[in-house]
Ligand binder design. Structure first.
Ligand code: CTP
Ligand code: CA
Length: 225
């Protein structure tokens, strides 16, 4: 992507970004997962590097090459992602949760492959809740002036649901994507509205994920002391 010279407005800042989607194993060969490509999180990492930040990218199952200039940590499950994000967040100025974290995981992990048996119905899969990483990071604030950003994909009542989620998570900014038939996962482009805890609302027109990423950094930058 062609870019002009970039203002290093994030120089001296440590930003932590999660990207991708967690996978919750059922047995050694199967998992519950989601369709997150990780591309938006990687765009956030590239643009933050370009703006001078020290970037820690915690990636889950993206298969994408490490972006130049970022420290990349790898996590598989929500529990692993939580551990990596909380550790990196300890000295972070900004935490952006762009990863799709599985809300639930199988209550039990079968150490051997689950086999079917003739004439037998499959056993139901019992799920348990995963920790809410964004709510935890936002609620505990490793540093009082830390900026915390969440993402949300909504299909209906996008703004009302977004406002409610922003409040519930306790974050400073929430990037809300409208998902539907036209909006496919894995796309290079994105359209969103960024809601702020102080009431702000920034529309980002359909365009490259870098453009949305730069809008997020503009809003973050103006809130950093
Ligand atoms: N998130 C998180 N930990 C979870 C679930 C979500 O950190 N266990 C973060 C995501 O990374 C995202 C934000 O919370 O930044 C919103 O995710 P979303 O799935 O939209 O929110 P939920 O609270 O899980 O609500 P829903 O029931 O609509 O899925
Ligand atoms: Ca969820």
């Amino acid at each position: 992507l062609a870019r002009g010279p970039v203002e290093p407005d994030l120089a001296g800042r440590h930003v932590v970004i999660s990207a991708g989607g967690t996978r919750e194993p059922l047995d050694p060969v199967r998992y519950l997962g989601n369709r997150s490509s990780g591309k938006q999180g990687y765009a956030l990492a590239r643009t933050a590097v370009a703006r001078g930040a020290r970037v820690t990218l915690v990636e889950a199952n993206t298969g994408l090459p490490d972006p130049a200039g970022a420290d990349v940590l790898h996590a598989g499950t929500a529990v692993q992602l939580r551990e990596a994000v909380l550790k990196a967040a300890a000295d972070a100025d900004v935490v952006v949760m762009a990863a799709a974290v599985a809300d639930f995981r199988p209550a039990e992990y079968a150490t051997g492959k689950i086999k079917k048996k003739d004439g037998q119905e499959p056993a139901p899969i019992t799920l348990v809740r995963n920790p809410d990483i964004l709510a935890e990071v936002a609620g505990e604030r490793a540093r009082p002036e830390q900026i915390v950003v969440g993402f949300a994909a909504e299909t209906d009542n996008v703004l009302a649901n977004g406002r409610e989620k922003l409040r519930r998570k306790g974050c400073d900014l929430l990037v809300v994507n409208e998902v539907g038939e036209r909006r496919t996962f894995g796309s290079e482009e994105n359209e969103a509205v960024v809601l702020a805890a102080d009431g702000g609302e920034t529309q980002v027109p359909y365009g490259p994920k870098e453009a949305l990423a730069d809008t997020v950094w503009d809003l973050v930058s103006s809130r950093l002391g």
